[in-house]
Design a protein around this ligand. Structure first.
Ligand SMILES: *Cc1c(COP(=O)(O)O)cnc(C)c1O
Ligand SMILES: [Zn+2]
Length: 475
């Protein structure tokens, strides 16, 4: 079905509004309002739409025609190609830098490691985005909204990739100044270098991500700076499209599992909303299952969901176990600690939305050790993809769930590789190099004891015969 140009332009701001996720509250706000929480009850906000007036396609195959329109930057975008499914801004106001040119790749080499039958493991490599992580899917949406409301400055707290993405969008559009909050010594150099190079104002505070998050919220409120952390509901609208592209690559067939690392839980929340809406619209007939994978050193979601029985419960979430766990972390001085810095977060801001996603997608949560993460990462690399440590948690988690029999060998599984291999070369080199001192320094304190798939370089004298001998011996 082709929509008329006129109907397309109906993808307007007046279709969208903001709504509290707490069904007992349900307060709504104008799409142009700037809130990061419900003014009535303090819960998170969703973007909702008047779908009856929206130009919804009758089937997902509608979006295939967008490939023929890729000379239009908006339809070239892997996010705005699906504008009809996130119609909160008019077409001529959409911000894009060519994000979302990411592909679902099938890999039997990594599939064997996970324990899946041939043809069943797919990797959605979001590291191929302009700033090297999936964050660009959300940042184009957040900066679009920031532009609509006339923001001059945009801020975030970040373990690295959100800041790299924000910095890129601000410099590319030249319309806003990026202000970035990072914890001291907690950011991978690949990511920090991006923020600096793209010209963002970078505020390094003494503390970790959770501390930086508290401060950025205060400062944004105080100074009227537009906040783009994933408490920003517009950002999550953009992140829904990762799942649309997965479906597109599978010719609109729904896979059995989506496996994703969990940090602030924005991605998992967005994926849940994407499938919830597609099901409501009758655009898919079933919803895949979701597996959210925590690092063992930052496993709040795992603890709450799998050990303390916290559930969405139609929005009536029992907050006692959550409060108790937060208090316990305070009392015991527990800090998030994992080599997977992008998910080194103990107080995930999107916890409640993620609980809803787990409900909608019949989800499970697992935690994996840094050892499992790095071994999985080496397998992803050897399989020809590569990713940063946090991303490999998805593959390590899929393997774990296969071993437990929760995932069957015949299941069709999609692991999201959230960030690019080059984001954190230190971890990669420390794992592979075979340099014990470096290994101990970077990985030792994290309980990583061996580089099971280490591929160190071979030192050889500068001598032709010795070089040939070395190649014969090792190759
Ligand atoms: C931000 C990030 C995550 C965590 O995603 P959430 O949506 O916060 O759960 C995981 N991996 C990478 C590479 C990231 O940049
Ligand atoms: Zn509310």
């Amino acid at each position: 079905m082709l929509l008329s140009a006129e109907k397309h332009n109906a993808a307007q701001t007046d279709l969208a509004f903001q709504r509290c996720i707490n069904p007992l509250c349900g307060a709504t706000y104008d799409a142009m309002a700037i809130h990061t929480a419900c003014q009535q009850c303090g819960e998170l906000l969703d973007i909702a739409y008047d779908w009856d007036r929206a130009a919804l396609p009758s089937s997902l195959a509608f979006f295939e025609q967008m490939w023929a329109r890729r000379n239009d930057p908006v339809r070239f975008s892997g996010v705005w190609r699906f504008h009809e499914l996130l119609p909160f801004a008019p077409q001529d106001k959409l911000v894009t830098v060519g994000e979302g040119q990411t592909l679902l790749q099938q890999t039997d080499a990594v599939g064997r490691y996970v324990g899946l039958n041939a043809g069943q493991l797919h990797l959605q490599y979001e590291g191929m985005n302009p700033s090297g992580s999936f964050k660009d899917n959300g940042m184009c949406a957040a900066t679009t909204h920031a532009g609509l409301v006339g923001a001059q400055r945009a801020a975030c707290a970040s373990t690295g990739n959100t800041s790299a993405s924000l910095a890129l969008y601000c410099s590319a559009t030249q319309r806003m100044k990026a202000v970035i909050f990072i914890g001291s010594g907690k950011i991978a150099y690949g990511k920090l270098s991006q923020a600096l190079d793209y010209g963002a104002l970078t505020i390094q505070i003494h503390g970790d991500f959770d501390d930086a998050m508290v401060r950025v919220k205060e400062v944004s409120k105080e100074m009227g700076i537009y906040l783009v952390n994933s408490v920003n509901p517009f950002r999550l609208e953009g992140q829904k499209t990762v799942m649309y592209r997965v479906l597109e690559a599978l010719r609109w067939e729904v896979p059995d599992w989506i496996v994703v690392p969990g940090g602030n839980l924005g991605n998992s929340s967005a994926f849940g909303k994407a499938f919830m809406e597609l099901k409501e619209h009758g655009l898919i007939d079933r919803v895949p299952r979701l597996a959210v994978i925590n690092a063992a050193g930052a496993a709040t979601l795992y603890e709450l969901f799998e050990n303390r029985g916290v559930r969405w419960n139609e929005g009536r979430i029992d907050s006692d176990p959550i409060d108790q766990y937060n208090q316990k972390m305070d009392q015991d001085g527990i800090r998030a600690d994992t080599i997977a810095s992008a998910i080194e977060i103990n107080r995930p801001v999107n916890l409640k939305k993620c609980l809803r996603a787990l409900d909608v997608m019949d989800g499970v949560v697992r935690k994996v050790s840094d050892q499992e993460i790095l071994d999985a990462k080496a397998q992803v690399g050897a399989g020809g993809f590569g990713c940063e440590p946090a991303s490999a948690a998805s593959v390590a988690g899929a393997k774990r769930l296969r071993e437990e029999g929760v995932i069957a060998p015949s299941d069709r599984v999609v692991c999201v590789l959230t960030g690019h291999e080059l984001k954190d070369p230190n971890a990669t080199v420390a794992y592979h190099a075979g340099d014990q001192e470096m290994f101990d320094k970077v990985l030792g304190s994290r309980g990583v004891t061996e580089a099971k798939f280490g591929n160190g370089s071979v030192a050889v004298e500068n001598d032709l015969d010795k070089i040939i001998e070395a190649i014969r011996k090792h190759g």
